[in-house]
Design a protein around this ligand. Sequence first.
Ligand SMILES: *Cc1c(COP(=O)(O)O)cnc(C)c1O
Length: 376
Amino acid sequence: MIQEQIPFVDLMAQRNRLGNQLDETILNVVNSGRYVMGPEISELEQKLADFTGAKHVIACGSGTDALMMPLMAWGIGPGDAVFVPAFTFIATAEVVALVGATPIFCDVLQDSFNLDPESIVQGIKKARELGLTPKAIIPVDLFGLPADFDLIAPIASAHNLLVLDDLCQGFGGCYKERKLGSIGDAGATSFFPAKPLGCYGDGGATFTNDEELYNKLLSIRVHGQGDNRYHNVRLGLNARIDTIQAAILLRKLEIFPDELKKRNDVATNYFNELKGIATVPHVPEGYQSAWAQYTLRLQGTDRQKFASILSEKGVPTAIYYPIPLHKQPGYINYPAASDTLPVSEKICDDVISLPMHPYLTNTQQERIISAVKSAL
Ligand SMILES: *Cc1c(COP(=O)(O)O)cnc(C)c1O
């Protein structure tokens, strides 16, 4: 019997839930004629500030823009070092290189997949050996799980480093009563469709409590503008979000808390059924994950074989990420905190992600769980 293919991320289920409301939202923007910087953008920024507790929010064109703009505003550039995890999506390191600074790849912890504070300390030493000035740390809330900010903050303050949280996968997550977006000197998220809160194209947002930074970011978002559009006081970007995407996000934000709860229910079910069988994600006390991904580690099991057994049963999997960043061809000339980054190198070989989204039915979850059990 051929079984129905389970979607890895089911954006259609959400689209159907939002129904006509969403059609109207989109059509309203089309009929308003305010395609660029329409009023929905500041409305979205206000709602995102309310949701996260951050004082200021700047919606922008992508998560990559959202990460790069604060680096530009801080004047980070050639001769400066920025510490990034080696196990993340490439954009975390790419933005550092794009502003002319040097990303220094640090190792991650095996339980959380997030930055290892000891490796940051080694990275700071490495930067000094190379004659670079340590400037910032970019912790990533990988797969939705918050980084351990209380361990990172003392290192940052001892070495006078800025903290830019990459919450591109973590929007909706919570660290010891603090929502992601409100932690660090700035935070950056992505609204790429498959992220926990996604639009229908590209979008992102930068968060900060710092008013001076906020004003610079507003300028950088639109070509470094000063008093008006044809007065340019610094280098900037075209980093605007489309009005249509902002309007879509406003609708999706209304159901987002419910979606987060549903993701959490799926994760709880996976945990209860798979703990003891595979290495499942662990959420420490006081943390809430946004569950961008549900990622297992397969120690001693052939990953390719595992994936093909699941695939035969209509269960898709994905590998986030197959290559640590310090081994990526485009990045091998950038330094790592130490000669090897053993955890990052190891987990790239044994991680595999299962379908994770709010609309997985009980039957689908049972099929996924039984496929995993039969493959192990
Ligand atoms: C998706 C992602 C980004 C980049 O976001 P875009 O909107 O695709 O530019 C950056 N960092 C991490 C960790 C991501 O997952």
